[in-house]
Each structure stands twice: as C-alpha cells, then as structure tokens.
Design a protein around this ligand. Structure first.
Ligand code: NAI
Ligand code: F6P
Length: 381
C-alpha cells in the first residue's frame, strides 16, 4: 500500500507518517524543505521518541520523499499511483498544494477507477472539504465527474502535541504518547480498508468540535495569556495556578456549549478537560508559547477555536467572557517571526483594535461578543 503525505514537519513525521508506516504503508513525504527531503530519501527511516518516562524510540521505516518544488512531476506521478493521500502542511498552505494534487488526480482517473482517499490532517473544521474545493477548481468537468466516482476527501480531526524540534538529527521527532486521529466514515468510499490506529466515525462534528474547542482553544489561551505574563513555554505558563484557572474557565465555557450541543456527559467532559490541562503541562515536553500562539489571524477567524465557540455560547445564552479574554490576548500577541502576528499588529496600528477585530473575526462592532473582547482588551492592555 502506498501513501503520499504532504508536509514532513512535526505532525507529518511525528504522527501521520509514523502511523501509516506502522499500518503497513510505504510513505512518500512531499515537502518544500530540501533538507528533510534529502535525508528522508537517503535514509528511508527516521526516529520518533515518546515524551514519557520510558522515552521509548521507534524507527519509522519504509519512507521516502520528494520535493514539491523541484520534482512536481514525480509528485503527480506518485499521487496517480497512491492508495491514500494525507496532508499536514497547515490549512493556509492547502492552496499551494492543490495544483499538484489536481494534476495527480487527473493522471490517475484517466487510466484507473481505483479508489483514492485524500485526508487533510490540519487543525480546521472541514479541512479535506477545503482541499477538495481548491483541487476541483483546477479540474475540468469531465475529470471532476470521474473523480466524483473514485476520489473521496473525508474530513478528519487529528490530535497529538508535537512541539518544535531541535535535535542534531533533523529527522528526529519527540512526541507526546497520546494521539487521536478521527476520520468521517460517511465520506469514505464504501469497502475501504481501515488504517490501523484511525478511528472512523459516522458523524465527525462532535469529535472535531470537542478537539478543536478543548485542546486547541485551551492551548492557545495558555499561549496568549502566558505571553502576556512573560512566559516563554507552555510548561512555565501552566505552572502558574492563576493562569491555569483562567484556561480552565475558557474550557468550562466551551464545555458548556459542547455538552449542550452534542449531548456529551458533563462529568466525562470535565475529565476530558482535566486530561488536556495535564497534557499541556507534560514536563517531558518543552513547548514554546510562540509555537502554540502562532498564526493569530487564523486562530481568530470565524470558524476557528475562539470565535466559533464564543458565538455558539452567545446564541445559546451561555457565558463567553473567558473566550473573549483569550481573543483579546490574541490581539496583543506580538512575534516578529510570525507573519500573521506582524500583520495583525500592523492592522491594529493602522485601523485601531476595534476595526481590526471586525476585519479578522467578522464580528460587527455592535455585537455583544465584539464589545466583550474590547472590554477584555482594555483590561489586558
Ligand atoms: N504540531 C502539532 O502539535 C499539531 C499540528 N497540527 C496541524 O498539523 C499541521 C502541520 O503542523 P506542524 O506539523 O506542527 O507544522 P510544521 O511546520 O512542523 O510542518 C509543516 C510542514 O509542511 C511543509 N510545507 C510547507 N509548504 C509546503 C508545500 N507547499 N508543499 C509541501 N510541504 C510544505 C513545511 O516545510 C513543513 O515541513 C497544521 O495544520 C497544524 O495545525 C495538528 C495537530 C497537532
Ligand atoms: O497550528 P496550530 O493550529 O496551532 O496547531 C498546533 C496545535 O495543535 C495541537 O497539537 C493539538 O493537537 C496543539 O499542540 C497546538 O495547539
């Protein structure tokens, strides 16, 4: 079985590539990072270490790599022959890989009607659907019709904390032991072969919302509030009990929405929140506040981890104050090497915080959620 995986970064190597290789796939990574590509190609394996007491290391074998910059034609050929395509490049990068994915699909459906699943493993609601739209925009009508019959883009939720890596071996990845990869089974082609380790569910929405609005909402809240208190790592921030209390408050707000909307058991959900706070604290990891807070414009977008649960809480008459405190924190997050943080600060300087908030969140200035963010912003500033 052959898989083509876009993005040989932290999640690509530390989670998706590892799982696919263990499930018996030959994994071809595709990346723009020539150093990763050269090493993966030459060695055909790389080490993944679990950040736990035992520090167990596994060698991920049966891998290779192609550069999407210099070998686009070979990438399209590999896609045409693959059984599975996955991505972990960042949701905003999907537009850059859509062209080569479209080319691969075009070549494939011209000669074969064998099923192909394309799964975007990004932190976003409907990541695969977004990729499908970008790819289909590049296909002609006849190819689209053929692809409708044999190519599926099931949405997914992926969860594993993989911090920035700094090792002598550039391929080595240290990951937390926990992982969860949930795929929408209702969007799979009937008769598919399940990948071992993947959890297939008929309705993805409760899973992706529980993950994004707990793990990611909580994590970015710890980052933004931690940044404002001068912490450099999430571990330092989470050692501050006052800050952990604020993060818990945020997760109680998203939890109330999730319990009401999806019928999760309240006590079980409280345990899920505590388990995630524990994951953030993992002393065997060093996770930079700047990584977890990265891309604040994406994190403030209407369908993402802050605005979406706040609006859902507002619509249900539930509390959203702590969520708006995290949004205000995002407005105050400065990182010179993060293009989105730089753009956001420039927009605030040019338009003012109120208008910048509307621009990136879609919240009208007279909306109560917008007003609550501005009140929290004034306090945090
Ligand atoms: N790191 C984590 O803990 C988690 C990350 N995610 C999601 O996984 C995705 C990837 O995140 P990370 O692995 O942390 O980022 P990363 O930056 O470590 O990896 C992204 C990789 O994509 C490559 N890339 C960029 N443009 C490309 C292109 N045009 N073609 C091919 N490759 C390209 C980069 O060179 C890099 O190797 C994001 O959507 C993130 O939200 C999801 C769950 C956990
Ligand atoms: O690019 P993003 O959305 O910040 O992705 C990283 C996030 O995903 C997570 O790994 C959770 O699965 C967190 O470590 C982190 O907050």
């Amino acid at each position: 079985m052959k898989a083509v995986h876009f993005g040989a970064g932290n999640i690509g190597r530390g989670f998706i590539g590892l799982l696919l290789s263990q499930a018996g796939y030959e994994v071809c990574f595709v990346d723009v990072n020539e150093a990763f590509v050269a090493q993966l190609k030459e060695r055909g394996e790389y080490p993944v270490t679990l950040a736990s007491d035992g520090q167990e290391t596994v060698l991920v074998k049966n891998v290779t790599a192609l550069s999407s910059v210099t070998h686009a034609d070979e990438v399209a050929a590999a896609l045409a022959e693959a059984d599975l395509v996955t991505t972990a490049v960042g949701v905003s990068i999907l537009k850059h890989i859509a062209g080569v994915v479209a080319e691969g699909i075009q070549r494939r459906v011209a000669v074969s009607d064998a099923p192909l699943h394309v799964i975007a493993c990004e932190n976003a609601i409907g990541g695969s659907a977004q990729l499908k739209e970008l790819v289909y925009a590049k296909l002609d009508e006849a190819t689209r019709a053929k692809a409708d019959a044999s190519v599926a883009f099931p949405n997914a939720a992926v969860d594993r904390i993989v911090p920035l890596q700094q090792h002598e071996d550039i391929l080595k990845v240290v990951v937390e032991p926990f992982y969860e990869w949930v795929v929408d089974a209702s969007q799979m082609i009937p008769g598919y072969t399940p990948v071992e380790g993947v959890h297939y569910v008929e309705n993805l929405e409760p899973y992706i919302e529980r993950k994004l609005f707990t793990v990611n909402t909580g994590h970015c809240s710890a980052a933004y509030l931690g940044y404002l208190r001068g912490y450099e790592t999430i571990q330092q921030a989470m050692a501050d009990e006052g800050l952990t209390g604020l993060v818990r408050e945020v997760l109680e707000e998203t939890g109330a929405v999730l319990v009401q909307k999806h019928g999760f058991d309240k006590a079980e959900h409280s345990k899920y929140i505590e388990k995630n706070l524990e994951r953030f604290r993992n002393p065997a990891l060093t996770d930079e506040v700047s990584r977890v807070g990265r891309s604040p414009i994406r994190k403030l977008s209407p369908n993402d981890r802050l605005v979406s649960p706040a609006l859902q809480a507002y619509d249900r008459g539930l509390s959203y104050k702590a969520l708006t405190r995290s949004m205000a924190g995002a407005l105050l997050f400065q990182a010179n090497d993060d293009p989105e943080a730089v753009e956001l600060q420039a927009a605030i300087a040019e338009l003012g915080a109120e208008a910048a908030l509307t621009k990136y969140t879609g919240l009208a200035a007279d909306h109560e959620v917008h007003q609550s963010v501005m009140a929290e912003y004034a306090k945090l500033k």
